[in-house]
Design a protein around this ligand. Structure first.
Ligand SMILES: [Zn+2]
Length: 648
């Protein structure tokens, strides 16, 4: 049996901080020298990063998954301490000088790259600037952290609602939704802007007026404070970019990414928009036709009608019934199928670990990933919801692999239906796709986690490439042949019919045009706000005028009076100028699928080549080079273009 770890928050904190303490000891030793050599300086610096990252990973994971609140809190404290260490280290001039003094011209390519990128990142933080500028940069970073937290908090705490008395106005919504929304003592039914209310309401509610009211509430969240907060964030980011010698924040933040500059990102956005716009017009016409079935004289589709109409079109035109589809996806079989497929295409075995693994919850599955007799890493699968746990699906690193020192360990944290509670535990197909997507990150982390330098381990590639392998791996959950290996009816055992899969694919593609131009609209806000002079983006008039202009330019749906979308656009904090990355990595993902077109997704010559050329090198080379080595040419738009234009 696996041991479920039982420890006090104090013991946890000590263990969690152990790596950080070791990193803190190493820091003055490296600076003191005396050696300025690869072994004496770079290797020790690598050890410092490994130790800090062990604390960071432990803290980041446990703050999201540990069943005990006291431990989650201790983990958050540990996380803050690591983050203070990192931001202090980033501007440590003595460390920079020590690292810069190492002679690497005779070293291997990976070592030269590690050295060059480490120094580059120090310079990007501003370490080589004057003490006054360094002090200002530090103050800006601290202020930006606080403002970012405030922006997110103002959104998550601003829950709004609509209220109405007539329960007939819930028409169209599923029974479980209606049952959960009974009138209160005053006879009022309340629907909030939280996702579990908002999403079904916008999809199923027949009442157009209520959908409009809820949409306006949803798109006004944060409007009391966030325009001011956003203005301060944009000003500070712009100041930081100028101090570091960049024209604007977009140029600064994209400089070390695949895309390279704000101008290139803007070109990319225009290019995708031009490709998607004709399809968006077709989608819009179809939505208008659908609207005219209930409102014969309608001349326009409004933004609050889009999701509901799309749902209607999918049922009437594409005849895909999610309640039928899920019969083919019992959880246990999907997971077994995923493990079997990845074993085959990457030549691996998963060996269940019972003895020596310590887990935070008894439901967590632990496997060693093995090839032949060689152990490649360890994975943890924490797949079902419980109280206090992270609400989305993601891959968390637990250990970044370093060749000859430590094996990579990664964790899938998901919220799929639990077979211990529900039988049969049937999954929505969307969730199956999510499972494949996140497992794609896990494979990248494990297979790529065998570099000599930790900052080249696994998924440590350019930020705008990270999603590509996972977006690509979703295809294995959409292909009739790969689905046939595990998707069987839970009662009859019948393999999912290829015709049903074809219908699912056709239905999935309806709305791709409008969805893509919507993404482009968001990317244009994210990029445009970080290229403009922040003085022009005043709270109130300036910001709103820009949003209205961009919505009109990129989407067929008119701006709705009363909304302030930018005040609740949370990605402006984490992604800043780089919301374009979703579409960018999709372009690469579609191109990565082209070598599979001839021989299929299970052809080992192709999957092994993909594994060895794209996943295994981790971040030891530029992503564009990895892709070129696999494709035998530069990546291009052709496959993405076909995907946007073709019907299924
Ligand atoms: Zn992802």
């Amino acid at each position: 049996m696996k041991k479920e770890s039982k420890k006090s928050p104090e013991t946890f904190a000590l263990e969690c901080l152990a790596g950080l303490e070791r990193a803190k000891q190493l820091r003055p030793q490296i600076i003191a020298g005396p050696a300025r050599t690869i072994e004496g300086t770079l290797r020790e610096y690598n050890a410092l990063l490994m130790n800090a990252s062990a604390s960071n990973a432990q803290a980041g994971l446990m703050s999201e998954v540990h069943p005990e609140e006291a431990i989650r809190d201790a983990a958050r404290e540990c996380e803050q301490e690591v983050s203070r260490f990192y931001s202090d280290l980033a501007l440590d001039r003595d460390m920079y000088d020590a690292l810069a003094a190492v002679e690497v011209s005779g070293a291997d390519a990976d070592t030269q790259r590690f050295h060059a990128h480490t120094l580059r990142d120090y310079r990007r933080a501003g370490v080589d600037r004057s003490p006054e500028i360094r002090a200002r940069l530090k103050a800006i970073d601290e202020e930006l952290t606080k403002l970012g937290q405030a922006f997110s908090k103002n959104i998550s705490e601003d829950v709004r609602s609509i209220e109405f008395a007539d329960s007939k106005r819930l028409a169209g919504l599923p029974e479980d939704f209606i049952a959960a929304h009974k009138p209160d003592k005053a006879g009022m039914i309340r629907v909030t802007t939280d996702y579990p209310d908002y999403n079904p309401f916008m999809t199923y509610a027949v009442d157009d007026e209520l959908r409009k009211q809820l949409y306006i509430k949803f798109r006004s969240r944060g409007d009391q404070q966030n325009e001011e907060v956003l203005h301060s964030i944009l000003e500070l980011r712009s100041e930081k970019a100028h101090l570091l010698g960049y024209a604007n924040w977009a140029d600064y933040v994209t400089d070390d990414k695949m895309i390279g500059s704000g101008a290139k990102a803007a070109e990319f956005i225009e290019k995708v928009w031009k490709l998607a716009a004709p399809r968006a017009q077709e989608d819009y016409a179809e939505l208008l036709r659908q609207l005219r079935t209930v409102e014969p004289g309608a001349t326009e589709v409004c933004d609050w009608q889009k999701t509901w109409l799309e749902h209607g079109v999918k049922i009437s035109r594409y005849e895909v019934d999610a309640s039928v589809v899920r019969q083919y996806f019992p959880y246990e079989r999907v997971l077994a199928g995923l493990l079997e497929i990845t074993s085959e295409i990457f030549d691996l075995r998963y060996v269940a670990v019972e003895g020596d693994a310590e887990v935070w919850h008894h439901s967590v599955l632990v496997y060693d990933v093995v090839r032949g007799t060689e152990k490649l890493g360890r994975i943890y699968l924490d797949m079902h919801p419980r109280e206090g746990k992270y609400k989305h699906a993601a891959q968390f690193p637990l250990k970044d692999g370093v060749r000859g020192v430590q094996l990579p360990e990664g964790v899938l944290v998901c919220n799929f239906t639990d077979p211990a509670i529900n039988q049969p535990a049937l999954m929505e197909h969307d969730d199956v796709v999510t499972m494949f997507h996140e497992f794609g990150h896990l494979m990248h982390h494990v297979l790529g986690g065998h570099q000599q330098w930790i900052t080249q381990s696994g998924v440590a590639t350019e930020w705008d490439f990270v999603e590509a392998p996972s977006q690509m791996f979703e295809e294995w959950a959409w292909n009739a042949k790969t689905l046939a290996r595990f998707a069987r009816h839970h009662e009859t055992g019948e393999v999912i019919p290829a015709e049903l899969v074809a219908k699912m694919r056709r239905a999935d593609k309806f709305g791709l045009g409008t969805a893509t131009v919507q993404q482009i609209f968001y990317a244009a806000i994210s990029l445009g706000f970080h290229r403009a002079d922040p003085k022009s983006l005043t709270p109130g008039a300036g910001q709103l005028a820009e949003i209205q202009r961009l919505q009109k330019q990129y989407t067929p749906f008119a701006f709705v009076t009363g909304t302030k979308f930018h005040a609740s656009f949370g990605h402006l904090v984490g992604y800043s100028a780089m919301y374009y990355t979703y579409q960018w990595s999709l372009v690469i993902a579609k191109d990565l699928l082209t070598p599979f077109e001839q021989l299929g997704l299970m052809d080992k010559a192709t999957t092994f080549s993909y594994r060895d050329h794209v996943l295994a090198p981790g971040g030891s080379r530029d992503a564009a080079e990895l892709v070129r080595n696999f494709l035998g040419r530069e990546y291009d738009f052709a496959a993405y273009e076909r995907y946007l234009v073709e019907s299924a």
